[in-house]
Design a protein around this ligand. Sequence first.
Ligand code: ADP
Ligand code: MG
Length: 257
Amino acid sequence: MLEVRDLSVRYRETIALSNISFEINRGTVVGLIGPNGAGKSTLLKSMLGLIPNQEGQVFYNQQFLKQQCQKVAYLPQRSQIDWDYPVTVWNVVMMARINHQPWWRMGGASRRSQEIVQEALARVELDNLRDRPIKQLSGGQQQRVFLARAIAQQADLLLLDEPFTAIDKKTESLMWQIYEELKQAGKTLLISCHEWGETLDRYDHLLLLNHCLIASGTPRQVLTPEHIQLAYGSPDVINLAGRSPQAATDAEEFMFC
Ligand code: ADP
Ligand code: MG
């Protein structure tokens, strides 16, 4: 189980996150939603201890998460990746295996690691592009390369920052199939997204963020007009998502800032 306790982050004068606390069960797909600048990327990075000015604790199975980083696969937001870096598809995915190599094999990947990378690339339907530099791929293909890297890492917890950005419908549907498979295998996925759509119903649990945690629960519990108003300043976003405000009146479990 993943537990975030009183997490706060400050960038100089900006308070990016304020006392965030929540728990996530194993084997769930969790959506982290909120407007641009709400602190979604900051939350994912701070869970890994990547931000200097942070307070609070993050536990995974009752132990500090940052001491178990090999169990976490992290997909950075698209804008934070240098897509011009001269590296092939194969080598991006192989990076996931570095921590799995014994020290005496650091010069070359083991046969097992090569098989795992091959299987991950086949799963995202990119094995035919393995020798391409990543900068020559489309947005959807690039996102699939990083998903393959997360699969090859064989992590228990996947933190994915806006994986649906710049992708086509086919890639989105493939990604959801893979997320379901990972969930069935007992993995836990925390996926940030700022765009609204029908897919919000596919999450087992939602976290609605705007610097503080506005609500945490099932999509039905979280997507109430009151919560949306608090996060976005207008309940109209709820209608953009194609749902009726009445559909969520039975909210039971939520947390206000
Ligand atoms: P989101 O991912 O939800 O769009 P971010 O986590 O990127 O939000 O940003 C949250 C807030 O922190 C924003 O106000 C943003 O401007 C600020 N911020 C993010 N990164 C930095 C940084 N490296 N230095 C200063 N401020 C930052
Ligand atoms: Mg972000």
